[in-house]
Design a protein. Structure first.
Length: 235
């Protein structure tokens, strides 16, 4: 199978690329940074190919899929910084940036792939458990991730027999948290781990295992699978 992972140069996308390639799939990754792309390709040991492509550039993504030709499965893990904070601090520009950095590239990358996507294939979105979280400061994140999740059932019907699913991770130890600083990141991750039924936060590999499941299981569509270590069970 040929699998394209948009945003596959780091974090969950990179872990998914490694897992699917190890399972024998032909994997192609994209990312905005050539430095990260080359680092990812080196880490993956030559089994994976890739190209610099900004998922926010719809025309560039259409051209990419035209060059690639037939694709069996599309996984979209692209995200952006920002979006967290109280409603009182929200600005129009900040809200639009959050939408442009995740909601827009997810849906329009899926659109760009449709002409070459196998009818026996799938589209998998990566959202976040913030879509259903009831914590202060996550309203914008919830709005963006919740919007993607809300499209899944309708797209599963509209695009059938192409399967459409989303994976909704909880707190995962990735570079996404690096902007808060090492000390604050460590304290946050340790505190979160202590509060979870699993006793730890997630790893990119945990999420990659769930991505592989929905890619390989041809009887799963229209679902949003939560991978949060039981975070949703907290009072």
């Amino acid at each position: 199978m040929r699998v394209v992972i948009a945003g596959g140069t780091s974090g969950v996308g990179l872990a998914a690329a490694a897992r699917l390639a190890a399972g024998g799939d032909e994997v192609f990754i994209t990312g905005r940074s050539d430095e990260r792309l080359q680092s990812a390709l080196k880490e993956l040991g030559g089994q994976v190919k890739g190209e610099v492509a900004d998922a926010r550039d719809t025309e560039a993504m259409r051209a990419l899929f035209e060059r690639l030709g037939s694709v069996d499965h599309l996984i979209i893990t692209v995200t952006g910084r920002g979006g967290a904070g109280p409603l009182s601090a929200l600005t129009g520009d900040g809200l639009l940036a959050a939408v442009r950095n995740k909601l827009v590239p997810h849906l329009l990358t899926a659109q760009a792939a449709l002409p070459v996507l196998s009818k026996e294939g799938s589209i998998t979105f990566l959202t976040a458990a913030s879509a259903g979280a009831a914590y202060p400061g996550v309203a914008t994140l919830a709005a963006v991730n919740g919007a993607i999740e809300a499209t899944v059932p309708g797209l599963a019907v509209e695009l059938a027999p192409v399967r459409v699913n989303a994976i909704s991770p909880g707190v995962i130890d990735t570079d996404w948290w690096s902007e808060i600083g090492d000390e604050a990141r460590t304290a946050f991750l340790e505190g979160t781990a202590a509060s979870l039924p699993t006793g730890r936060v997630g790893t990119p590999e945990d999420v990659a295992a769930t991505i592989e499941y929905v890619v390989r299981n041809a009887f799963v569509t229209g679902t949003v699978l939560t991978v949060d270590g039981g975070g949703r069970l907290k009072a």
